[in-house]
Design a binder for this molecule. Structure first.
Ligand code: A2P
Length: 300
């Protein structure tokens, strides 16, 4: 299957599909000017992105919704062309809070449904299955789950819908080889957050490693293909059938990150990028490391 700018959806196990690149929209609210999220989402749709990754907790879901609705009203896209992923935040796992929280997202977006809705812990599953049955969500997925936690869900008696995706940190310095293999065996698509190695905000990012985009190999491969290190890093993941959701609110970089369908890395090059893996998380969420379900104590 060839991925192109016009056609780059990959299948999900429930019969739906997901565009292999999406625009990430998390931006520290205090450092972000009002409207920049909306402008970026609109621009991304113009450039050809069809997948937007957001969350109620990001405090800009209203702008994402406005941008999508304006692009639909302009006739640029139809609702079904757009894939929106929303997220159930950690304080809303009690079954009775799940649907109201999802409805908050839908009301903020002013959309009838989201394409994918993802959770961080297993407890809320039953209530989420009901949201899918009610048509409020097309697909259900998870985020930051380790293998044990995925198995817990997959082996849950009476499970109605398997998670279709697991959104985790993934880039050439943290390649997630074992988790990828496990997920592929179970038809779970990996969605890579921070595929460019994060914003390097020292408040929540481990910045003890040099920036990924300064990496020598990524830059020299970039030179070979007349691409940037960022484009090489994104291409590496999509060739592994990993969905990437680089955040950018910068017009030049929004475009740049989408221009990854007109070159390909050789098998050798893929191997040499894989070898850059340092197996260390940049987003370690250590704040929650004493929680019993903190996902990152396990090997993967
Ligand atoms: P900006 O919005 O100014 O482009 P995340 O890890 O959440 O995906 O964030 C990615 C970070 O990398 C953001 O800070 C974003 O900033 C920056 N970024 C996005 N695309 C590129 C690129 N092509 N080259 C360099 N930096 C980028």
């Amino acid at each position: 299957m060839d991925l192109t700018a016009a056609n780059h959806r990959i299948p999900l196990s429930d019969g739906n599909s997901i565009p292999i690149i999406g625009l990430g929209t998390y931006s520290e609210p205090k450092l972000t000017s009002k409207g920049s999220c909306k402008t970026s989402v609109k621009m991304a749709i113009d450039v050809g992105y069809r997948h937007i990754d957001g969350a109620y907790i990001y405090r800009n879901e209203d702008e994402v919704g406005e941008a999508i609705r304006e692009k639909i009203a302009e006739g640029r896209v139809k609702r079904e062309d757009i894939f929106y992923c929303g997220k159930l935040w950690a304080t809303h796992f009690e079954p009775e809070r799940v649907r109201p929280y999802l409805e908050k997202t839908l009301k903020t977006l002013q959309l009838d449904y989201v394409d994918l809705y993802i959770i961080e812990m297993p407890m809320a599953l039953k209530a989420l299955e009901a949201c899918k049955d009610a048509g409020l969500v097309k697909s259900l997925g998870v985020s930051n789950f380790n293998r044990r936690q995925l198995e817990l869900i997959l082996n849950k008696p009476g499970l109605k819908y398997k998670p279709v995706s697991n959104q985790v940190e993934c880039h050439p310095y943290f390649t997630q080889r074992k988790l990828l293999e496990f997920c592929q065996q179970h038809d779970i698509v990996i969605v890579a957050y921070s595929p460019l190695g994060t914003s390097r905000n020292p408040l929540w990012v481990n910045v003890s490693f040099p920036p990924l985009l300064k990496d020598e190999l990524l830059n020299s491969l970039g030179e070979k293909y007349n691409k940037t290190a960022a484009q090489v890093a994104l291409r590496f993941n999509i060739q592994r059938r990993i969905v990437v959701i680089p955040k950018s609110f910068n017009p030049k970089r929004i475009k740049e990150n989408f221009q990854i369908f007109d070159f390909s890395l050789t098998e050798e090059e893929m191997k040499s990028i894989e070898a850059l893996n340092k197996n260390v998380r940049l987003v370690d969420l250590l704040l929650w490391s004493d929680h019993p379900e903190y996902p990152f104590h396990d090997e993967y």
